[in-house]
Design a protein around this ligand. Structure first.
Ligand SMILES: [Zn+2]
Length: 259
């Protein structure tokens, strides 16, 4: 694995990292798809779809209670830790501006590693919220991993639900806007452990390129093998927990005056 660049984030203004399942593999959270996937595609689509929640909420809860149990038993790995460290270095140097981390993962591991400028694009399996949109109960951290019935909202009585974005639902407004804001001034875009082939995240690289950003793909498999567009400027293959510290390990965090 030669030819890795050494990148100092100090050379860039706004940076945006997009992470996917590949960053959590070393924590024991297996990707959904592929031969080692936790669930096959049929089960994934079934239990991650809003229609299934409406018709079989207890079945969906049982699936997500198991996912929650796995996530709580897992520990952040060096990929999560490096991203948290990069953010902290920039914050110490310049108030934290210009660093954004958008994750498609719902395992909560970035937050547990200490990332703060974090956009959980698909929500978090470690939170619960009310299914009634007009209820107003705030989403809350929830460590319960089992039950005999669908939990009910203490405020309105409607079924509670995992605070994830089901298939068939839009990305929440706040997450969408935070990602768009980071993309709008992006100078460096790095996709890690994600095929970046599923919209809307697939549009990130195109938006970053239009903005003139340096675009980097870090993943175990070549993007072409995953059906990607190959519109990244650079691609480096390997494990997220090895690539991130090797490429960004020397970063000082602050922006230099030479840019
Ligand atoms: Zn409610």
């Amino acid at each position: 694995m030669g030819g890795l660049p050494r990148i100092d984030l100090a050379a860039y203004g706004q940076v945006l990292f997009l992470t996917g399942a590949g960053v959590s593999v070393a924590s024991g959270i297996r990707p959904y798809r592929g031969p080692d996937g936790l669930w096959n595609d049929e089960e994934l689509v079934r239990y991650a779809h809003i229609e299934t929640f409406r018709s079989d909420p207890l079945g969906v809860w049982r699936h997500w209670w198991k996912m929650r149990e796995l996530a709580l038993a897992a520990r952040p790995n060096p990929a999560h830790e490096e991203l948290a460290r990069l953010e902290a270095a920039r914050r110490e140097a310049g108030g934290g501006a210009g660093f954004a981390l958008v994750t498609q993962n719902v395992d909560g591991l970035h937050a547990r590693a200490g990332s703060r400028e974090l956009v959980e694009y698909h929500g978090s399996a470690l939170r619960t919220r009310c299914s009634n949109p007009s209820c107003g109960l705030p989403a809350y951290e929830d460590g319960s991993c089992a039950g005999e019935e669908v939990p009910a909202c203490p405020r309105c009585g409607a079924p509670l639900r995992p605070d994830i974005v089901f298939f068939g639902e839009p990305i929440p407004e706040g997450a969408r806007r935070a990602a768009e804001a980071a993309l709008g001034s992006c100078e460096l875009f790095v996709a890690v452990g994600t095929s970046a082939t599923v919209y809307p995240a697939a549009g990130f690289v195109e938006a970053a390129r239009r903005r003139g950003a340096r675009t980097i793909y870090l993943n175990l498999q070549p993007i072409e093998a995953l059906g990607g567009s190959g519109s990244f400027g650079e691609a480096y293959l390997g494990r997220a927990e090895e690539l991130l510290p090797r490429i960004f390990g020397g970063s000082r965090g602050e922006r230099s005056g030479r840019a």
